[in-house]
Design a protein around this ligand. Sequence first.
Ligand code: MN
Length: 286
Amino acid sequence: MASNSLGIHALVWVGGWSPEEAEVAISSSARVGYDLIEIPALDPSRIDVASTREMLERHGLRASVTVGLAADTDINSDDVACIDRGRDLLMRALEVSSGIGSTYLGGVIFGAMMKYSAPTTERARANSIAVMKELAQEARGSGTTIGLEFVNRYESNLLNTAQQTLDYLDLVGEDNVVVHADVYHMNIEETDFRTPILACGDRLGYVHVGESHRGYLGTGTINFPEFFGALKEVGYAGPITFESFSSAVVDPLLSNTLAIWRNLWSDSDDLAAKAHAFISAGLADN
Ligand code: MN
């Protein structure tokens, strides 16, 4: 498992992406020993491409980019204007991602990241799949992998499990699209932490680790030995990125969507260092 790169979500450090915030997030991630920083691009225009790329290179850090679509950019929809706005946002996020040197664009990019008040429809799902195919084909030009992060029922009505994501992937039919698995969401929707990972096999391309309450790893109810064991079983060699959220660091675009109401930590450095040690030990034990 030595080949896994370890990543950390920018919201452990900062709630925005001004040049000052970017410098704090990138330098801190590198100092603690991470290989990669995951930068949220819910609003791609918030990221200054040239300065971000320069900071990443200066600190020797790689980056990935994630997006969650919103109600007015939902491609899992029947509304043509909504779908057009969503496609446009995804294409702009792809430009920012490749511009800063990232080769991964993922997240809740197949639909809105929100609590829906009704199930999806066959037509909305087909519309989402059609846009994803376009995005994947465009991404090929910059060697970018597209990741579909299935999330819990309160954040999507389309992809809640690994199997739903694999079925969706089959219909997209592009080999640069992968499954993005997050233990926080698996804990809510799956039967266990091993079966879905085995189902994904080599179509698993990105991993989020987070605790059941989104705080310090090892202080909640996630069965990490089972999860890390499953990653080893399928020979997963991709990134493993730590996600944790607290009301101590607030991103106005992301924190409310994720329902971050409580203060689960206030010392980003301590949290990040302990997570790095926890993941490294978990991988070594397997
Ligand atoms: Mn996640």
